[in-house]
Design a protein around this ligand. Structure first.
Ligand SMILES: [Fe+2]
Length: 246
């Protein structure tokens, strides 16, 4: 029988925090997490540089200012509440991580992705694709203009709804360093019921996935401002050779 939200909430409450700041590979209440992690020991890459030879590359000129404004990618204006999302990418010492490719993807204001796998009955927006990217500046700063994504249903359990969120990818300095995560919005009542957010069992680590509303970042007559800083591990730890963080 498909569990309801109360059953999933009870499962999440029964999971003891493990002190880790990253989601567990397998987190029971997030049903498909069992299918999304390796079951075999990881393969040790003896020569990381050889892997990089086949990784994707991009040039600075490939990324334009227009890529960071998701509201200007089509002839018309997308529906929804305009928001500005900005922050800094920092290392463990608080130093800016510059020149990093930051990519985002998100649902539209109605909670629907422009993707063939998303067929739930919310309207697509012909003026919103939901993808953007930019490079961090000299202060490690990034900035996107977009619309606030809507919550959307998923089939983890009966009446399962994802809180509004924006997916983020940080490319790193080499393909094997790519980091993928999600940013959430403050005050969302769905946070407590979301097995994906709750798969990060450390409460303070979960809080760091939630952006702050910052009035100074709001642009008059245009958008509401949210700040979300991304703190990586130290500069030597981002390169994990032989699975041992340094
Ligand atoms: Fe999503």
């Amino acid at each position: 029988m498909t569990p309801d939200q109360n059953a999933i909430d009870a499962e999440m409450a029964a999971v003891r925090p493990d002190g880790g700041i990253h989601p567990r590979r397998g987190y029971g209440p997030y049903r498909s997490s069992a299918l999304r992690h390796p079951r075999q020991p990881l393969v040790v890459v003896e020569d990381p540089e050889s892997v990089e030879l086949t990784g994707p590359v991009f040039g600075v000129s490939d990324v334009t200012d227009l890529d960071a404004d998701l509201t200007r990618r089509h002839l018309g204006e997308p529906l929804g509440e305009r928001i500005t999302v900005s922050g800094r990418v920092l290392d463990r010492e608080g130093r800016p991580v510059t020149g990093q490719l930051v990519e985002i993807w998100q649902a539209n204001a109605s909670g629907r992705y422009a993707h063939q796998r998303d067929q739930h009955p919310a309207p697509l927006d012909p003026n919103f694709s939901g993808v953007g990217r930019c490079l961090t500046d000299d202060r490690g700063g990034y900035r996107f203009t977009t619309v606030k994504p809507g919550a959307y249903p998923w089939r983890n359990h009966r009446n399962a709804w994802r809180p509004a969120h924006i997916h983020f990818s940080l490319f790193g300095r080499a393909f094997a360093q790519r980091l993928v995560t999600q940013m959430y919005f403050p005050g969302d009542p769905l946070h407590a019921h979301d097995p994906i957010l709750r798969s990060v069992t450390d409460g303070s680590a979960r809080d760091r996935l939630v952006a702050s509303y910052v009035h100074e970042l709001s642009e008059p007559e245009v958008s509401l401002g949210y700040r979300w800083d991304i703190v990586l591990d130290g500069p030597s730890a981002t390169w994990a050779e032989k699975g041992e963080p340094r």
